[in-house]
Design a protein around this ligand. Structure first.
Ligand code: FHN
Length: 587
């Protein structure tokens, strides 16, 4: 949450409903089966997963006939990058033989890293199936000397070792199939029949994977589809076969609002501020998803740990990719990093698993995560004077403080000028991230920022400096960026606290996107004592933002006021995809 330069108003926000996760079922009532909330329960606890990109592109390892995929580019795209003819790529795939593949070893590595779920590419864009498909013989059992069903072995190893088995499926992009997206070097684009591809390959393979490999934790779709209806068809297909199976946000297309159970960041993306919708960031250990013999830019363990903590501190899941080598073994540098991350998780997993987004800001020394009545302070750097300073702490009494690695050694705490002070040992026990635990004596009270105005400048109100209530969520979309929506009735709202220093007339402008079917929705805009009744105007499709002038208001006196937006009635649909509200002084 961005801090604004000013005094702060303390408003009560109980720790029990931390910023990161709106829990709609009243405490104590079971979340109904077959709902997103229920499907998400394990996902929002487990936090950390292994992504594996493995296929014939791993044989090429970033090189084709002397052409090298530059480091920083994706080695699994080699067929498309060099327009390798299907015939030649298929011929190359005949040699794919990961003879040293051992499913138990891969799963044991994920487990050793502290990962709780594993997502394997069942079919990537090259169209090759890493399991025994009946759709065609272009698969690891029928097409290669390996002759084993790699996914079946991996699913069994996951079940045996208690890791949730999940798979990735490229439901649109298919450079092998004449009707799939993407191969316009072998096939005439004008002759493609995408619906035929969906019905003859994409859906049948997803069906095979959900009926032949046991319980699946989640299906990780990629690169969307042409229409919302096509995406909803896949959701129906998956949930019809396995109601508890999660679906990621990339089942739907780039510019559509979420179809599926949770939202994906862009590749290697990170939330800006805490978002309240369940989300996941797909990340890579080096700079490619599929293995490249040229890419040795492996992230050190500390960087991986910091990305994991950053993600969890903002309410997300961290899906970390490793690309195995053609023989079926993991790159040694990747193994070394994952094992060191696992050692940290062994000691500090309590601050990650089941933790939720922190209402505290990003600090120069690190990040914070919260769980139940504990706040976990993750120190990426150790204060030179060995005194930890937690600013914006507010009036939050600490019952006990200690290092997570040394719970018996209590730490003293004190507070001065709204900053919590925690004297620390001279040396950081863990140079990557030492975790200080604060056990709270009462529900945490979050100081909500108040928005000030520089002289002559407008108030810019958005998802970062507002606080939501009810079902209104701070969300992300790869086209729409960060926005607020999911509000359908007066109990759902977003509120800002302003400190007015310039009295007088202001121009009010609101920026949002609204589908045609949302046209006419009524909402209340409350500015201090004034309430404006407004009506939503359609702006186009999802995330077609438009700025509308709502006229002028007068702020007659300086001082604190609150501003709120909320639906004026109950609707069966969203009110709007809100981006910003601007109050500009008029002279
Ligand atoms: O094109 C793919 C890419 O190869 C890789 O699978 C990533 C993983 O998130 N998804 C697509 C690019 O965003």
């Amino acid at each position: 949450m961005k801090r604004t330069q000013c005094a702060l108003i303390i408003m009560v926000c109980t720790m029990g409903l931390p910023v990161g996760h709106k829990i709609f079922a009243q405490a104590g009532t079971p979340v109904p089966a077959g709902t997103s909330e229920r499907r998400l329960e394990w996902f929002q606890h487990d936090k950390f997963g292994m992504f594996i990109h493995f296929g014939p592109y791993s044989v090429l390892a970033g090189e084709w006939q002397g052409h090298r995929i530059p480091v920083g580019n994706e080695a699994e795209w080699i067929m498309q990058r060099y327009n390798i003819p299907v015939k030649e790529y298929r011929e190359m795939a005949r040699q794919f033989n990961p003879a040293k593949f051992n499913a138990d070893d891969w799963v044991a590595l994920a487990k050793a890293a502290g990962m709780k779920y594993l997502v394997i590419t069942a079919k990537h864009h090259d169209g090759f199936a890493m399991y025994r498909t009946n759709v065609n013989d272009y698969n690891i059992v029928d097409w290669t000397p390996f002759k084993r069903d790699l996914l079946k072995e991996l699913a069994a190893a996951c079940r045996k070792q208690g890791i949730r088995f999940c798979f990735y499926y490229s439901q649109r992009e298919d450079w092998d199939d004449p009707d799939g997206y993407g191969n316009n070097w072998d096939y005439d684009r004008s002759k493609k029949n995408f619906d035929r591809y969906l019905e003859m390959k994409s859906k049948p393979q997803v069906r095979e994977l959900l009926t032949g490999y046991g319980p699946v934790g989640l299906v990780w779709f990629d690169r969307g589809l042409e229409t919302r209806e096509q995406a909803e068809d896949f959701v129906e297909l998956v949930h019809g076969l396995q109601p508890q199976c999660l679906i990621n946000g990339r089942v739907g297309s780039y510019g559509q609002d979420l179809v599926g159970d949770y939202q994906d960041m862009n590749d290697r993306g990170m939330a800006v501020g805490g978002i309240e919708e369940p989300w996941e960031t797909p990340q890579i250990l080096n700079e490619t998803w599929g293995y490249s013999k040229f890419d040795q830019n492996w992230k050190p363990p500390a960087v991986v740990i910091h990305l994991l903590v950053e993600t969890v501190s903002k309410g997300g899941n961290y899906l970390l990719n490793v690309g195995p080598m053609a023989d079926g073994t993991m790159p040694p540098a990747a193994v070394a990093t994952l094992r060191q991350v696992g050692a940290w998780m062994q000691q500090n997993g309590e601050s990650i698993y089941g933790a939720t987004a922190s209402p505290l800001p990003e600090y120069s020394w690190g990040r914070t995560t919260v769980k139940d009545n504990k706040v976990y302070l993750h120190l990426f750097s150790w204060p030179a004077d060995h005194v930890l300073r937690v600013s914006d702490w507010g009036d939050n009494p600490v019952k006990a403080a200690y290092l997570l690695s040394r719970p018996a050694e209590k730490l003293a705490t004190s507070e001065t000028d709204r900053t919590l002070l925690v004297p620390l040992p001279a040396q950081a026990p863990d140079a990557s991230d030492t975790v200080v635990v604060l056990e709270m004596a009462a529900p945490f009270k979050v100081d909500l920022p108040i928005v000030t105005q520089g002289s002559d400048s407008p108030f810019q109100l958005d998802y970062m400096n507002g606080s939501t209530a009810g079902k209104a969520w701070k969300r992300f979309n790869r086209k729409g960026g960060f926005f607020i929506s999911k509000w359908t009735g007066p109990a759902d709202s977003v509120t800002w606290n302003l400190l007015v220093s310039q009295t007088g007339k202001y121009r009010v402008r609101i920026t949002y996107a609204a589908r045609a079917e949302w046209q006419g929705g009524k909402y209340m805009l409350t500015i201090g004592p004034q309430s404006l009744a407004e009506v939503v105007e359609q702006t186009g499709d999802d995330f077609d933002y438009k700025t509308l002038d709502l006229g002028t208001i007068t702020l007659p006196q300086a001082g604190p006021i609150s501003v709120r937006i909320q639906p004026a009635a109950n609707y069966e649909h969203d009110l709007m995809q809100f981006q910003t509200l601007e109050l500009s002084p008029i002279y």
